[in-house]
Design a protein around this ligand. Structure first.
Ligand code: PEP
Ligand code: MN
Length: 347
Protein backbone atom coordinates (compact mmCIF):
# COMPACT_ATOMS: atom_id res chain seq x y z
CA UNK A 1 0.00 0.00 0.00
CA UNK A 2 0.97 3.65 -0.39
CA UNK A 3 0.85 6.14 2.45
CA UNK A 4 0.73 9.70 1.11
CA UNK A 5 1.74 12.18 3.80
CA UNK A 6 0.03 15.57 3.86
CA UNK A 7 1.89 18.53 2.40
CA UNK A 8 3.71 19.96 5.43
CA UNK A 9 3.74 16.73 7.47
CA UNK A 10 6.52 16.93 10.06
CA UNK A 11 9.58 14.66 10.26
CA UNK A 12 8.22 13.24 13.53
CA UNK A 13 4.96 12.30 11.83
CA UNK A 14 6.85 10.60 8.98
CA UNK A 15 9.03 8.67 11.45
CA UNK A 16 5.95 7.66 13.45
CA UNK A 17 4.31 6.20 10.33
CA UNK A 18 7.50 4.27 9.53
CA UNK A 19 7.64 2.96 13.11
CA UNK A 20 4.05 1.71 12.85
CA UNK A 21 4.89 -0.04 9.56
CA UNK A 22 7.94 -1.72 11.11
CA UNK A 23 5.88 -2.79 14.14
CA UNK A 24 3.61 -4.70 11.74
CA UNK A 25 6.67 -6.57 10.43
CA UNK A 26 6.46 -4.70 7.10
CA UNK A 27 9.04 -2.58 5.27
CA UNK A 28 8.69 1.15 4.62
CA UNK A 29 10.11 2.64 1.40
CA UNK A 30 10.14 6.40 1.55
CA UNK A 31 10.14 8.59 -1.53
CA UNK A 32 10.40 12.35 -1.31
CA UNK A 33 8.64 14.25 -4.06
CA UNK A 34 8.67 18.01 -4.67
CA UNK A 35 5.66 18.55 -2.45
CA UNK A 36 5.12 15.58 -0.22
CA UNK A 37 6.54 12.36 1.14
CA UNK A 38 5.05 9.05 0.02
CA UNK A 39 5.80 5.87 1.94
CA UNK A 40 5.42 2.51 0.23
CA UNK A 41 4.55 -0.40 2.49
CA UNK A 42 5.93 -3.71 1.29
CA UNK A 43 5.55 -7.19 2.77
CA UNK A 44 2.99 -9.89 3.28
CA UNK A 45 -0.02 -8.15 4.83
CA UNK A 46 -2.38 -11.01 4.04
CA UNK A 47 -5.67 -10.73 5.93
CA UNK A 48 -4.40 -7.74 7.96
CA UNK A 49 -4.76 -5.32 5.03
CA UNK A 50 -7.95 -3.55 6.13
CA UNK A 51 -6.78 -3.20 9.73
CA UNK A 52 -3.29 -1.93 8.79
CA UNK A 53 -4.74 0.55 6.28
CA UNK A 54 -7.20 1.80 8.90
CA UNK A 55 -4.49 2.25 11.53
CA UNK A 56 -2.12 4.09 9.21
CA UNK A 57 -4.91 6.36 7.88
CA UNK A 58 -5.65 7.52 11.42
CA UNK A 59 -2.06 8.63 12.17
CA UNK A 60 -1.29 12.36 12.32
CA UNK A 61 0.12 13.81 9.10
CA UNK A 62 -1.30 11.05 6.87
CA UNK A 63 -3.32 12.28 3.91
CA UNK A 64 -4.36 8.98 2.31
CA UNK A 65 -3.61 5.27 2.27
CA UNK A 66 -4.24 3.41 -0.98
CA UNK A 67 -3.48 -0.14 -2.08
CA UNK A 68 -0.76 -0.69 -4.76
CA UNK A 69 -2.60 -2.57 -7.47
CA UNK A 70 0.46 -4.29 -8.95
CA UNK A 71 1.97 -7.42 -7.38
CA UNK A 72 5.46 -6.06 -8.16
CA UNK A 73 5.44 -3.29 -5.56
CA UNK A 74 8.99 -1.95 -5.63
CA UNK A 75 9.24 -2.20 -9.41
CA UNK A 76 5.95 -0.37 -9.96
CA UNK A 77 5.58 3.25 -10.97
CA UNK A 78 2.80 3.59 -8.41
CA UNK A 79 5.36 3.39 -5.62
CA UNK A 80 8.19 5.07 -7.51
CA UNK A 81 6.82 7.50 -10.12
CA UNK A 82 10.20 8.84 -11.28
CA UNK A 83 12.50 6.91 -13.63
CA UNK A 84 15.32 4.99 -11.97
CA UNK A 85 18.69 6.16 -13.23
CA UNK A 86 21.39 3.52 -12.80
CA UNK A 87 24.90 4.97 -12.61
CA UNK A 88 27.84 2.84 -13.64
CA UNK A 89 31.31 4.40 -13.29
CA UNK A 90 29.70 7.80 -13.80
CA UNK A 91 27.73 6.69 -16.88
CA UNK A 92 23.98 7.09 -16.39
CA UNK A 93 21.52 4.53 -17.75
CA UNK A 94 17.85 5.53 -17.92
CA UNK A 95 18.34 9.31 -17.73
CA UNK A 96 17.14 9.97 -21.28
CA UNK A 97 20.56 9.43 -22.86
CA UNK A 98 21.20 6.51 -25.20
CA UNK A 99 23.09 3.56 -23.74
CA UNK A 100 25.02 1.45 -26.23
CA UNK A 101 26.28 -1.86 -24.85
CA UNK A 102 28.40 -3.79 -27.33
CA UNK A 103 30.99 -6.53 -27.37
CA UNK A 104 31.48 -10.18 -28.17
CA UNK A 105 29.06 -12.89 -27.17
CA UNK A 106 31.98 -14.69 -25.48
CA UNK A 107 35.33 -13.42 -24.34
CA UNK A 108 37.61 -15.70 -26.37
CA UNK A 109 41.07 -14.21 -25.84
CA UNK A 110 42.70 -11.00 -24.63
CA UNK A 111 43.45 -9.97 -28.25
CA UNK A 112 39.90 -10.59 -29.46
CA UNK A 113 38.45 -8.64 -26.55
CA UNK A 114 40.87 -5.71 -26.83
CA UNK A 115 40.35 -5.37 -30.58
CA UNK A 116 36.58 -5.35 -30.04
CA UNK A 117 36.73 -3.04 -27.02
CA UNK A 118 38.75 -0.44 -28.96
CA UNK A 119 36.13 -0.46 -31.71
CA UNK A 120 33.26 -0.19 -29.19
CA UNK A 121 34.93 2.82 -27.61
CA UNK A 122 35.63 4.44 -31.00
CA UNK A 123 31.98 3.93 -32.04
CA UNK A 124 30.79 5.78 -28.93
CA UNK A 125 29.69 2.68 -27.03
CA UNK A 126 29.01 3.29 -23.35
CA UNK A 127 29.30 -0.24 -21.92
CA UNK A 128 31.49 -3.19 -23.03
CA UNK A 129 29.82 -6.59 -22.97
CA UNK A 130 31.43 -10.02 -23.02
CA UNK A 131 30.46 -13.42 -21.65
CA UNK A 132 32.91 -15.30 -19.44
CA UNK A 133 30.46 -17.85 -18.04
CA UNK A 134 28.31 -18.97 -20.97
CA UNK A 135 24.90 -20.67 -20.76
CA UNK A 136 25.15 -22.91 -23.84
CA UNK A 137 22.35 -25.10 -25.12
CA UNK A 138 24.82 -27.91 -25.82
CA UNK A 139 27.24 -29.19 -23.16
CA UNK A 140 29.73 -29.75 -26.00
CA UNK A 141 29.83 -26.07 -27.02
CA UNK A 142 32.42 -23.56 -25.77
CA UNK A 143 31.46 -22.76 -22.16
CA UNK A 144 33.46 -19.55 -21.76
CA UNK A 145 36.84 -18.75 -20.22
CA UNK A 146 35.44 -18.31 -16.71
CA UNK A 147 37.59 -16.26 -14.33
CA UNK A 148 40.28 -15.80 -17.02
CA UNK A 149 37.60 -14.07 -19.12
CA UNK A 150 36.66 -11.84 -16.18
CA UNK A 151 40.31 -10.77 -15.90
CA UNK A 152 40.44 -9.81 -19.58
CA UNK A 153 37.23 -7.80 -19.12
CA UNK A 154 38.81 -5.92 -16.22
CA UNK A 155 41.89 -5.25 -18.35
CA UNK A 156 39.68 -4.01 -21.20
CA UNK A 157 37.99 -1.62 -18.76
CA UNK A 158 41.43 -0.30 -17.75
CA UNK A 159 42.33 0.14 -21.39
CA UNK A 160 39.15 1.86 -22.58
CA UNK A 161 37.56 3.33 -19.47
CA UNK A 162 34.31 1.55 -20.41
CA UNK A 163 32.32 -0.21 -17.69
CA UNK A 164 31.84 -3.92 -18.35
CA UNK A 165 28.81 -6.19 -18.18
CA UNK A 166 29.01 -9.96 -17.98
CA UNK A 167 26.71 -12.84 -17.09
CA UNK A 168 26.62 -14.65 -13.79
CA UNK A 169 24.95 -18.07 -13.78
CA UNK A 170 25.42 -19.39 -10.25
CA UNK A 171 24.63 -17.82 -6.87
CA UNK A 172 28.06 -18.99 -5.64
CA UNK A 173 29.78 -17.13 -8.53
CA UNK A 174 28.20 -13.76 -7.67
CA UNK A 175 31.10 -12.57 -5.45
CA UNK A 176 33.81 -13.30 -8.05
CA UNK A 177 31.81 -11.85 -10.96
CA UNK A 178 30.94 -8.77 -8.89
CA UNK A 179 34.64 -8.34 -8.10
CA UNK A 180 35.47 -7.86 -11.80
CA UNK A 181 32.27 -6.65 -13.48
CA UNK A 182 30.45 -3.34 -13.26
CA UNK A 183 27.03 -4.76 -14.21
CA UNK A 184 25.91 -8.33 -13.48
CA UNK A 185 23.83 -9.89 -16.23
CA UNK A 186 21.19 -12.47 -15.39
CA UNK A 187 20.46 -14.36 -18.59
CA UNK A 188 17.23 -15.49 -20.14
CA UNK A 189 17.57 -19.03 -18.89
CA UNK A 190 17.96 -17.82 -15.33
CA UNK A 191 15.20 -15.23 -15.17
CA UNK A 192 13.35 -17.35 -12.62
CA UNK A 193 16.37 -18.76 -10.83
CA UNK A 194 15.19 -17.31 -7.53
CA UNK A 195 18.33 -18.13 -5.47
CA UNK A 196 20.40 -16.33 -8.15
CA UNK A 197 18.04 -13.32 -8.14
CA UNK A 198 18.34 -13.08 -4.37
CA UNK A 199 22.13 -13.40 -4.57
CA UNK A 200 22.51 -10.59 -7.14
CA UNK A 201 20.01 -8.60 -5.08
CA UNK A 202 22.48 -8.68 -2.21
CA UNK A 203 25.41 -7.63 -4.42
CA UNK A 204 26.52 -4.03 -4.56
CA UNK A 205 26.58 -3.89 -8.37
CA UNK A 206 23.77 -3.04 -10.84
CA UNK A 207 22.00 -6.00 -12.40
CA UNK A 208 20.65 -6.37 -15.93
CA UNK A 209 17.83 -8.91 -15.96
CA UNK A 210 17.04 -10.43 -19.36
CA UNK A 211 13.52 -11.56 -20.14
CA UNK A 212 12.86 -15.31 -19.96
CA UNK A 213 12.23 -17.11 -23.25
CA UNK A 214 8.54 -17.52 -22.44
CA UNK A 215 8.05 -15.05 -19.62
CA UNK A 216 5.13 -12.66 -19.40
CA UNK A 217 5.91 -9.05 -18.53
CA UNK A 218 4.41 -9.62 -15.09
CA UNK A 219 6.57 -12.68 -14.40
CA UNK A 220 9.59 -10.68 -15.54
CA UNK A 221 8.79 -7.79 -13.21
CA UNK A 222 8.19 -10.22 -10.33
CA UNK A 223 11.73 -11.47 -10.94
CA UNK A 224 12.97 -7.87 -10.85
CA UNK A 225 11.06 -7.56 -7.57
CA UNK A 226 13.18 -10.38 -6.09
CA UNK A 227 16.33 -8.35 -6.81
CA UNK A 228 14.86 -5.07 -5.56
CA UNK A 229 13.43 -6.62 -2.39
CA UNK A 230 16.81 -8.18 -1.63
CA UNK A 231 18.22 -4.67 -1.33
CA UNK A 232 19.54 -3.82 -4.79
CA UNK A 233 17.77 -0.79 -6.33
CA UNK A 234 19.84 -0.80 -9.55
CA UNK A 235 17.97 -3.11 -11.88
CA UNK A 236 17.93 -2.77 -15.69
CA UNK A 237 15.55 -4.83 -17.85
CA UNK A 238 16.57 -6.29 -21.20
CA UNK A 239 14.08 -7.42 -23.85
CA UNK A 240 15.89 -10.04 -25.96
CA UNK A 241 13.08 -11.71 -27.84
CA UNK A 242 10.69 -14.45 -26.84
CA UNK A 243 9.87 -17.87 -28.21
CA UNK A 244 6.98 -17.86 -30.67
CA UNK A 245 5.84 -20.20 -33.45
CA UNK A 246 7.91 -18.57 -36.18
CA UNK A 247 11.24 -20.06 -37.18
CA UNK A 248 12.60 -17.42 -39.56
CA UNK A 249 14.23 -15.51 -36.74
CA UNK A 250 15.88 -16.99 -33.62
CA UNK A 251 13.23 -15.35 -31.40
CA UNK A 252 10.52 -12.72 -31.79
CA UNK A 253 11.50 -9.26 -30.58
CA UNK A 254 8.60 -7.97 -28.48
CA UNK A 255 8.93 -4.24 -28.93
CA UNK A 256 5.50 -3.58 -27.45
CA UNK A 257 7.16 -4.56 -24.18
CA UNK A 258 9.18 -1.32 -24.23
CA UNK A 259 6.32 1.21 -23.80
CA UNK A 260 4.36 -1.26 -21.66
CA UNK A 261 7.32 -1.51 -19.29
CA UNK A 262 7.87 2.24 -19.23
CA UNK A 263 4.23 2.58 -18.24
CA UNK A 264 4.33 -0.05 -15.49
CA UNK A 265 7.84 0.38 -14.08
CA UNK A 266 10.48 3.02 -13.40
CA UNK A 267 13.36 0.67 -14.33
CA UNK A 268 15.45 1.33 -17.47
CA UNK A 269 14.77 -0.88 -20.51
CA UNK A 270 17.44 -2.12 -22.94
CA UNK A 271 16.71 -3.93 -26.22
CA UNK A 272 18.98 -6.75 -27.46
CA UNK A 273 18.32 -7.26 -31.19
CA UNK A 274 21.17 -9.80 -31.50
CA UNK A 275 19.64 -12.62 -29.46
CA UNK A 276 16.17 -11.54 -30.58
CA UNK A 277 16.87 -12.09 -34.27
CA UNK A 278 19.86 -14.44 -34.43
CA UNK A 279 20.83 -12.97 -37.83
CA UNK A 280 23.37 -10.24 -38.45
CA UNK A 281 21.35 -8.53 -41.18
CA UNK A 282 18.32 -8.21 -38.92
CA UNK A 283 20.23 -6.57 -36.07
CA UNK A 284 20.39 -3.09 -37.55
CA UNK A 285 16.69 -2.59 -38.37
CA UNK A 286 15.59 -4.02 -35.03
CA UNK A 287 18.16 -1.99 -33.07
CA UNK A 288 16.84 1.18 -34.73
CA UNK A 289 13.27 0.07 -34.02
CA UNK A 290 14.16 -0.53 -30.37
CA UNK A 291 15.39 3.04 -30.00
CA UNK A 292 12.32 4.35 -31.84
CA UNK A 293 10.10 2.40 -29.40
CA UNK A 294 11.70 4.35 -26.55
CA UNK A 295 14.31 1.93 -25.22
CA UNK A 296 16.91 3.46 -22.91
CA UNK A 297 19.58 1.60 -24.80
CA UNK A 298 20.64 -1.22 -27.07
CA UNK A 299 22.87 -4.22 -26.49
CA UNK A 300 24.52 -5.77 -29.56
CA UNK A 301 27.05 -8.52 -30.12
CA UNK A 302 30.12 -7.66 -32.20
CA UNK A 303 33.16 -9.65 -33.23
CA UNK A 304 36.26 -8.74 -35.27
CA UNK A 305 35.78 -11.90 -37.37
CA UNK A 306 32.24 -13.21 -36.79
CA UNK A 307 32.87 -16.28 -38.95
CA UNK A 308 35.47 -17.44 -36.43
CA UNK A 309 33.41 -16.65 -33.31
CA UNK A 310 33.15 -19.43 -30.73
CA UNK A 311 29.52 -18.47 -30.06
CA UNK A 312 26.74 -16.55 -31.81
CA UNK A 313 28.83 -15.59 -34.85
CA UNK A 314 25.76 -15.53 -37.11
CA UNK A 315 24.20 -12.71 -35.15
CA UNK A 316 27.40 -10.79 -34.41
CA UNK A 317 28.05 -7.52 -36.22
CA UNK A 318 31.46 -6.83 -37.65
CA UNK A 319 33.37 -3.94 -36.09
CA UNK A 320 32.68 -1.90 -39.24
CA UNK A 321 28.95 -2.60 -38.97
CA UNK A 322 28.98 -1.35 -35.38
CA UNK A 323 30.78 1.78 -36.52
CA UNK A 324 28.03 2.55 -39.04
CA UNK A 325 25.18 1.54 -36.76
CA UNK A 326 26.12 3.75 -33.79
CA UNK A 327 25.48 7.16 -35.44
CA UNK A 328 22.20 5.84 -36.92
CA UNK A 329 21.04 4.87 -33.44
CA UNK A 330 21.98 8.31 -32.15
CA UNK A 331 20.06 9.97 -35.00
CA UNK A 332 16.88 8.00 -34.22
CA UNK A 333 17.34 8.70 -30.52
CA UNK A 334 17.68 12.42 -31.24
CA UNK A 335 14.46 12.25 -33.26
CA UNK A 336 12.31 10.43 -30.72
CA UNK A 337 13.95 11.69 -27.52
CA UNK A 338 11.32 12.00 -24.87
CA UNK A 339 8.49 11.37 -27.35
CA UNK A 340 8.24 7.59 -27.08
CA UNK A 341 8.29 7.79 -23.30
CA UNK A 342 5.72 10.59 -23.17
CA UNK A 343 3.24 9.70 -20.40
CA UNK A 344 0.47 11.24 -22.53
CA UNK A 345 0.72 8.13 -24.70
CA UNK A 346 -0.44 6.02 -21.79
CA UNK A 347 -3.75 7.85 -21.50
C1 PEP B 1 24.08 -13.22 -23.78
O1 PEP B 1 23.73 -12.03 -23.69
O2 PEP B 1 25.22 -13.57 -24.00
C2 PEP B 1 23.07 -14.27 -23.64
C3 PEP B 1 23.41 -15.54 -23.42
O3 PEP B 1 21.81 -13.82 -23.78
P1 PEP B 1 20.39 -14.48 -23.43
O4 PEP B 1 20.44 -14.81 -21.96
O5 PEP B 1 19.45 -13.38 -23.77
O6 PEP B 1 20.24 -15.69 -24.30
MN1 MN C 1 25.26 -14.53 -27.36
Amino acid sequence: MLVAMSVGATEEEIEDVKAHIAAEGLTAHESRGMERVVIGVVGDVGGRKERVMGRLSALPGVDSVTPISRPFKLASRELHPNDTIVRVMGTPIGDGSLTLMAGPCSVESREQLFETADAVLAAGGTVLRGGAFKPRTSPYSFQGLGVEGLRYLAEARERTGLPVITEVMEPTDVPVVAEYADILQVGTRNMQNFPLLTAVGRARKPVMLKRGLAATLEEWLMSAEYILSSGNPDVILCERGIRTFDTWSRNTLDLTAVPLLHHATHLPVIVDPSHATGKRWLVRPMALAGVAAGADGIMVEVHPRPDEALSDGEQSLTLEQLTTLAPMLRAVHEGVRGLAKDPLLAR
